[in-house]
Design a protein around this ligand. Structure first.
Ligand SMILES: Cc1cc2nc3c(=O)[nH]c(=O)nc-3n(C[C@H](O)[C@H](O)[C@H](O)COP(=O)(O)OP(=O)(O)OC[C@H]3O[C@@H](n4cnc5c(N)ncnc54)[C@H](O)[C@@H]3O)c2cc1C
Ligand SMILES: NC(=O)c1ccc[n+]([C@@H]2O[C@H](COP(=O)([O-])OP(=O)(O)OC[C@H]3O[C@@H](n4cnc5c(N)ncnc54)[C@H](O)[C@@H]3O)[C@@H](O)[C@H]2O)c1
Length: 483
């Protein structure tokens, strides 16, 4: 981006956007599309965490790791590929290649072509209707705060003595760490632990909760845990770090874990300090997330917030949807609301965990819901690919509408797309059952689960009695016709 001194900064704008990540980019483009005069301020690189340090590099790394894993398990298919070697620097070249290929989509040039004025610099509010970027002041009609979140770092004695890694810095590694310890077994921890283990690191995960991925369906988390163990990961749960000594993590149970690299992956904290929120009259909650109403309006009616800093689920698709809603409400004065009933999410481990709508834990607490489960040993594609560890759980209401789905297995992230539509449209299992699906795919899982549910409805005495009677009447009628 152009250095701040070389750029001309507008003095006013209809909408100013702070932060050029997924939320900020969509907000800025949406508002510019409505003809508003839009300024987007980005302190670093447009594209945000998703492009540079989040989704894109992590998925590219996982893709390389899955190739290594597939080669190692070739024997089961009668294919020998002995001596799988990993050239880490070429793996990282592949990762950077994915970033560079996608980057132009989010670039300042692309934004300018969409009539967004991109300003390079760090923004902070100087009042309820103004902000500063360096020596420049911009007054705004409306503003969207989209400064995102950053890795949280626990207060751990002597942690600052080691050059620990986070999801922001791990992409600068030039050599594969022989021993990698991962503190935190959530989505970042599990995805990166599996990737590094498959690429050849000896990985240990330390998770404070009872299990890895504690927010997910227990059976799903158990399958991912087993898969990580199969990949050679040492999984330690119900424990945490007490301190760091030399290059070792000392756990609460006294164990010492020697590491070459330590990845801290214990969650993310909002980037809401140092941007003058007090001055602007924008309040934050006790965890530092910006307080928003269901229209994403903050406590300053001219200022909106979007993305990771709102405390809503921290995903790129959520951030993008937020950006669109905030900009539409700000510029057109509409009252679009955030749908928080079910945010689709995918953990891109092997197997993947994909969830939408009401999850299986919540379903147990809500009267009138039941869960229909289909193990992937009944999915022919999974059998053909020796990938039967997985399942599909459909959460159904009393009218057999699909109100939630959890899919675990290869490409679960693709399968969930159909479930997202089914849930949003209020479809019933009979709608899915009556729709021809191509064979054999992993989408046979929710299809077959729906067919099984419809069959169980047909097996109810009153329904099966009616069907039997109908068939009998038809038989009699046909006999009469032929006699
Ligand atoms: C390792 C990892 C993997 C992930 N994988 C996925 C995934 O597979 N799928 C998924 O949906 N989500 C994933 N996420 C989450 C996803 O990256 C975030 O939800 C998303 O990037 C949030 O977008 P955002 O616009 O809210 O914030 P960000 O992308 O963080 O953008 C905020 C921007 O604001 C800028 N900024 C900050 N302060 C200022 C300031 N004062 N002035 C100007 N600019 C400022 C920052 O430089 C940044 O560019 C992953 C996250 C991580 C860490
Ligand atoms: N595939 C995806 O969509 C994807 C991938 C990565 C990240 N993300 C997003 O980024 C967010 C942050 O990911 P994350 O993994 O950093 O956070 P997280 O909240 O998902 O997981 C953090 C984990 O660390 C554990 N933990 C916290 N403090 C600990 C401690 N002191 N010792 C040991 N364990 C501790 C927690 O119990 C939790 O399991 C996610 O919630 C998600 O929204 C999404």
């Amino acid at each position: 981006m152009a250095p701040q001194s070389a750029q001309s900064v507008p003095r006013s704008a209809d909408l100013v956007v702070l932060g050029g990540g997924s939320a900020g980019i969509v907000a800025a483009k949406t508002a510019a599309g409505f003809g508003a005069k839009v300024v987007l301020v980005e302190r670093d690189r447009t594209g945000g965490d998703c492009l540079w340090t989040g989704c894109v590099p992590s998925k590219a790394l996982l893709a390389a790791a899955s190739v290594a894993a597939a080669m190692r398990r070739g024997q089961a298919f009668g294919i020998d590929a002995s001596n799988v070697t990993v050239d880490f620097s070429r793996v990282m070249t592949h990762v950077q290649g994915a970033i560079e290929t996608i980057a132009p989509v989010d670039s300042p040039d692309t934004l300018r072509a969409a009539n967004v004025n991109v300003v390079s610099g760090t923004a902070h509010f100087t009042g309820p209707r103004s902000l500063a970027v360096g020596a420049n002041t911009i007054t705004f009609g409306q503003a969207v705060i989209a400064t995102g979140a950053a890795p949280a770092v626990p207060k751990l004695p002597s942690l600052d003595q080691v050059d620990y890694l986070t999801s922001e810095t791990i992409w600068g590694l030039t050599e594969l760490p022989p021993r990698l310890t991962v503190l935190g077994g959530g989505s970042v921890g599990c995805e990166l632990a599996q990737a590094f283990a498959r690429l050849g690191s000896a990985v240990t995960i330390v998770e404070a909760a009872e299990s890895l991925l504690p927010a997910e369906d227990r059976d799903a988390a158990a399958l991912v845990t087993q898969s990580l163990i199969d990949d050679g990961v040492d999984v330690l749960t119900r424990t945490t770090a007490e301190s760091v000594t030399g290059r070792a993590l000392v756990l609460t149970d006294g164990r010492r874990l020697e590491f070459d690299s330590l990845l801290v992956a214990v969650g993310r904290k909002p980037r809401t300090t140092s941007i003058g929120l007090d001055t602007a009259g924008v309040t934050v909650d006790r965890r530092g997330f910006v307080t928003v109403d269901k229209h994403l309006r903050t406590t300053n009616p001219r200022i909106w917030a979007a993305g990771d800093l709102t405390g809503h689920p921290q995903f790129t698709h959520t951030a993008g949807m937020h950006g669109s809603i905030a900009a539409t409400n700000a510029i057109l004065g509409l009252r679009r609301t955030v749908d928080r009933t079910g945010t689709p999410r995918v953990t891109f481990t092997d197997p993947e965990i994909a969830v939408d709508g009401i999850d299986t834990e919540a379903a147990q607490r809500i009267p009138g819901l039941h869960v229909h489960t289909l193990g992937h040993e009944h999915v022919d594609r999974a059998v053909a690919e020796r990938e039967t560890r997985g399942f599909t759980k459909l959460v159904l209401d009393g009218k057999h509408r699909i109100v939630g789905a959890t899919v675990v297995g290869p490409r679960a992230g693709e399968t969930i797309g159909e479930m997202v539509l089914a849930i949003k449209q209020g479809l019933r299992t009979r709608d899915l059952a009556g729709t021809t699906h191509p064979y054999p795919t992993y989408n046979d899982a929710p299809w077959n689960a729906s067919i099984a549910d419809v069959r169980s409805q047909l097996a109810r005495p009153i329904v099966s009695g009616t069907i039997t009677t109908l068939a009998r009447v038809r038989r009699m009628w046909q006999r009469r016709l032929t006699n």
